[in-house]
Design a protein around this ligand. Structure first.
Ligand code: ATP
Ligand code: MG
Length: 236
């Protein structure tokens, strides 16, 4: 079995074999500003730079321009990686802004799981991607007419991602802060792993928790982390 580094060396140590089991589909759950997008990009950036593992980012949430600008504050030059064929960014967000008149049509196409994953697969084949990040699923959820449609989409998504054999992070907004205690969002059953990111807005404390990870032993509990000039790092 192969393992894939998370992009955060202090976090790798929480896994028995130093990372995620290769090919896993992992859900990243957290509230607004909890660090989900940074976590996703760090996985791709460090993978490309340190491990020579190319990656694909599907953005449904922020435009590629915004992401690239924001990530520059960590010294991460995503344009350079694109030029080196170590990163492809698939923009499923801009359509909605540029073609407002066709909003529902454009979004429906962009948010069609089949289309999105076909584009991701093409990009992955082109650069030999080992890593994939989808940021974020919440957009799909909002636009689904009902729970049944959302579940169908998720089932399609997780099935296709496993078939692709790429280690994937699927980002989603948490609907409750008590994930794993009282309430189990349907998403958590359909994936190989669940990682929860929390920000306590009163104490400004950030915490990360591996809720589940099929195929490996891992540390349990919440671990404090910070976002600094070099990205995400555990502090305890
Ligand atoms: N250069 C930086 N140094 C330290 N902290 C930063 C830096 N840039 C961003 N942050 C922190 O990271 C947060 C944003 O992280 P990120 O975009 O990953 O959150 P998110 O969980 O994806 O949020 P959303 O749900 O809105 O998409 C900011 O609110 C800020 O607190
Ligand atoms: Mg985000």
């Amino acid at each position: 079995m192969e393992f894939v580094k998370t992009g955060i060396s202090s976090f790798d140590r929480l896994f028995a074999h130093g990372g995620y089991p290769a090919g896993n589909t992992i859900l990243i759950l957290g509230g607004p500003g909890s660090g989900k997008s940074i976590y996703g990009v760090q996985f791709l950036y460090r993978g490309a730079v340190d491990e020579n593992e190319p990656g694909v980012l599907v953005t449904l949430h922020e435009t590629p321009q915004n992401i690239k600008r924001n990530m520059r504050s960590f010294g991460w030059d995503m344009e350079k990686l694109e030029a080196e064929n170590k990163l492809v960014i698939i923009d499923a967000a801009s359509g909605r802004i540029e073609e407002r008149g066709m909003e529902s049509d454009v979004m429906a196409r962009a948010l069609d799981v089949k289309n999105m994953l076909a584009a991701a697969q093409d990009a992955a084949d082109e650069i030999g991607a080992k890593r994939l990040v989808i940021d974020s699923l919440s957009v799909m959820g909002i636009l689904s007419k009902n729970d049944f449609e959302l579940r169908t989409k998720l089932l399609q998504l997780s099935g296709r991602l496993s078939a692709m054999g790429i280690t994937s992070l699927v980002i989603s907004e948490a609907r409750t802060m008590d994930i794993g205690t009282n309430e189990f969002p349907v998403e958590t059953f359909m994936v190989d792993g669940v990682i929860i990111m929390r920000l306590n807005t009163e104490t400004q404390e950030r915490k990360i928790n591996i809720r589940k990870m099929r195929g490996t032993k891992h540390a349990m509990g919440s671990f404090k982390f910070e976002i600094s000039d070099t990205g995400i790092d555990l502090t305890n």
